[in-house]
Design a binder for this molecule. Structure first.
Ligand code: CP
Length: 309
């Protein structure tokens, strides 16, 4: 498969067929992860660089492992330990990676739009691993894959995205992916954390969690992003948890097969209590495994998808 653009900036720019092709490719990749020897030669001779200007555990590690399992050469650059700390621009850092023969650059940045800017400056293909409050397309892919695997379909499902929608790149990318694949998307959170554009993106807005959960097949519980909060968007953490936490009581009242997703990292004392986080209905660890498979699929497809072989 050839993606329609050089870079993967968001699911907004992919068709339903292109998204499905990535998800279908992730299935055999997940089988590779179950093998005793997890490496396949699909990306032998290619170089993948991760360039992270913001903290990450899951995304960074899973991209690195995905590249290694596909036999690519890998290198990791963090802004604090690179010449970025000396004032080098994003474009110059990218061009330096280009000059060293990097094929794919995976970037996380606290500024929305940084991956697009980098992609315009380099020959390497660029994958957005999360930019500001804009997009996190590979998180959405692994969420879609998890739903598809557990529910067998996405079309027709009702999926509620719960929490701080305003600051959430995960919410935006999920809305694009879910609506393209035919799900009914609900977003639920405090009015002060609800951006106006979500309705235009095809999501239905709820401010009452119990109304939103009624009839939902899936709930994707977002992390309260304490580091992004401007003061005063909700009265207190306790008040937020009282109104919007995915509690055990709410889980009991919901559909018995409600699937509970969380992108991680979790605030177990705020949006998702331990009893729910550790329940059989919560897929947080499965999502991590699926993240490696989906990122393997994406790296494979963006490297030509075996067309060179
Ligand atoms: N879900 C997610 O993006 O996690 P990390 O910040 O650990 O990569």
């Amino acid at each position: 498969m050839a993606l329609p653009t050089k870079d993967l900036i968001d699911l907004e720019f992919l068709t339903a067929e292109e998204i499905m092709e990535i998800l279908e490719t992730a299935k055999p990749m997940k089988d590779v992860l179950k093998r005793k020897i997890k490496t396949v030669p699909a990306l032998r001779g290619k170089t993948v660089a991760t360039l992270f200007y913001e903290n990450s555990t899951r995304t960074r590690l899973s991209f690195e492992l995905a590249a290694k399992y596909l036999s690519a050469g890998t290198c990791n650059i963090s802004s604090s330990a690179s010449s970025v700390a000396k004032g080098e621009s994003l474009q110059d850092t990218g061009r330096t990676l280009d000059a060293m023969g990097t094929d794919i650059i995976i970037i996380r940045h606290n500024m929305s739009g940084a991956p697009k800017l980098l992609g315009e400056a380099v020959n390497a293909r660029v994958i957005n691993a999360g930019d500001g409050t804009h997009a996190h397309p590979t998180q959405a892919l692994l969420d879609l894959f998890t739903i598809l695997e557990r529910k067998g379909q996405i079309k027709g499902l009702t999926v509620t995205i719960l929490g701080d929608i305003l600051h959430s790149r995960v919410a935006r990318s999920n809305i694009w992916g879910l609506t393209k694949l035919g799900a009914h998307v609900r977003v639920c959170g405090p009015p002060t954390l609800m951006p106006t554009e979500v309705e235009q993106m095809g999501a239905k807005v709820y401010y009452d969690i119990d109304e939103a959960l009624e009839g939902s097949d899936v709930v994707n519980v977002l992390r309260i992003q304490l580091e992004r909060q401007q003061k005063g968007l909700f009265p207190s953490i306790e008040e937020y948890a009282k109104c919007y936490a995915m509690t055990e009581e709410r889980l009991k009242r919901a559909k018995s097969d409600l699937l509970v997703l969380h992108p991680g990292p979790m605030n177990r004392t705020i949006e998702i209590p331990t009893a729910v986080a550790d329940s059989a209905q919560c897929t947080v660890e499965e999502q991590v495994t699926n993240g490696v498979a989906c990122r393997m699929a994406l790296l494979y497809l963006m490297s030509g998808g075996g067309q060179d072989e």
